[in-house]
Design a protein. Structure first.
Length: 391
């Protein structure tokens, strides 16, 4: 309702969230509802950074109204879908395009893909020692069914030249301070033309919510969410590496520290862009320290995922990591999606149960025991451990 009132105007997220009339505060401290969203965990106010609470992560598809929200820039326009245009150009494009929403819906095949959208810094708040940045817990991620058109089909129609090296993406959001660099990202052309990369118009069968990138966002299944540019307005294809701040100076890791798809045109001797999501899992049925009623049957459940090879197995230990057993896996919702794991818990005896969960991807990668420390606080995927108390 409010979203409609303010449409066709440029407002800052700070103003939006700051107006008491539009501001719902939940009982729990730190839970705040942005317009159109359920209460989320507020990690930063301006730019808006809101995390999905555990209760919102239990469904196979994360609801649009609890899906996490992450921005780098505070000036976030409410884009009017009727005026919106997607510009496609650059030196490696033969026929520049200016596409309306109607063009995208009429002239291109509509496809869907199930995929995890996970922030590179998901779980940064769990790093010890602490690393600077948004102190995310487990909920800077979600799974959704994304609908839209293949980026590849757009690039083909625009006449993609053989000399193309990278494809860059810019969104409608801008910085409040003139010195803050605009948020724009790029992909190697090989990844950009992967059939799973979409210009998405829909999320879980609905038009994209404002806070998740309306009217169109990039969806790069298997790669961390930094590439999933929201409020997409411009695509450029060039025969050289893109030099924007968010590629050249941010979202980078020491070269060779982590596995993942290479990004050769952006790699230096020292650093390389973060690319694929690493194998990971987390428990959604219980929290650390939770008490279980003695004798009552109960199941441990959660999700496991990786950057697109798919999940091979999930092992669970109930004795602090000595013995491991295979968990049952739920429905395969696609290799870029997450997959449920389940094991029954024995609650016949009182006392602690030391739970540990270890996912293995089809690529062979396994969740590590120890954190690979890195300055930006990315790729937190260590084995989750929690203690439950039967009483
Ligand atoms: N236009 C725009 N797109 C963006 C960003 C941004 O700041 N501006 N942040 C990126 C990052 S780092 C993340 S984690 C995801 C978050 O997606 P969500 O807000 O839909 O959950 O959006 C990506 N796309
Ligand atoms: Mo992110």
């Amino acid at each position: 309702m409010l979203a409609r009132m303010i449409s066709r105007r440029v407002v800052t997220a700070g103003l939006l969230a700051g107006s008491t009339a539009t501001f719902a505060r939940a009982r729990d401290e730190g839970l705040v509802a942005l317009p159109g969203k359920q209460p989320l965990i507020k990690r930063a106010f301006r730019p808006p950074n809101y995390e999905t609470p555990l209760a919102g992560l239990r469904t196979p598809y994360t609801s649009n109204d609890v899906f996490f929200v992450r921005y780098h820039l505070a000036n976030i326009p409410e884009v009017d879908a009727r005026d919106w245009r997607l510009q496609v150009g650059g030196a490696s494009i033969a026929r520049p395009l200016s596409l309306s929403l109607a063009d995208l819906k009429r002239d291109y095949e509509q496809v869907t893909v199930n995929a995890i959208n996970q922030c590179s810094g998901n779980r940064r708040g769990l790093f010890t020692p602490r690393v600077p940045g948004v102190q995310w817990g487990y909920g800077a991620m979600g799974n959704a069914r994304w609908g839209g058109v293949r980026l590849r089909d757009i690039l083909r129609k625009a006449g993609l030249a053989a000399d193309a090296v990278e494809v860059s993406f810019d969104g409608a959001d801008t910085a409040l301070m003139p010195k803050t660099p605009d948020f724009a990202k790029s992909l190697p052309v090989g990844r950009a033309i992967d059939e799973n990369v979409l210009v998405a118009l829909e999320m879980n069968g609905e038009p994209l919510p404002h806070w998740n990138g309306a009217p169109a966002r990039l969806v790069v299944p298997g790669w961390t969410a930094t590439y999933w540019v929201k409020h997409l307005t411009e695509i450029r294809v060039e025969p050289r590496p893109f030099e924007g701040f968010w590629m050249a100076s941010s979202y980078r890791l020491p070269t060779g520290l982590f596995p993942g798809a290479p990004f050769a045109s952006q790699t230096t001797k020292e650093t390389t862009p973060i690319t694929e999501i690493l194998v990971n899992s987390f428990v959604t049925s219980h929290v650390d320290g939770e008490r279980l009623r003695r004798g009552r049957p109960v199941e441990l459940r959660g999700w496991s995922w990786d950057g697109g090879s798919g999940i091979a197995r999930v092992e669970v230990s109930l004795d602090g990591g000595r013995a491991w057993r295979d968990a049952a896996l739920g429905e395969d919702m696609g290799r870029f999606s997450w997959r449920q794991f389940r094991v029954p818990l024995d609650t016949s005896r009182a006392g602690p149960i030391d739970v540990a969960v270890r996912a293995q991807a089809r690529s062979g990668a396994v969740q590590p025991e120890k954190l690979v420390v890195n300055a930006p606080g990315y790729h937190h995927n260590i084995i989750q451990k929690l203690t439950l108390e039967v009483a």
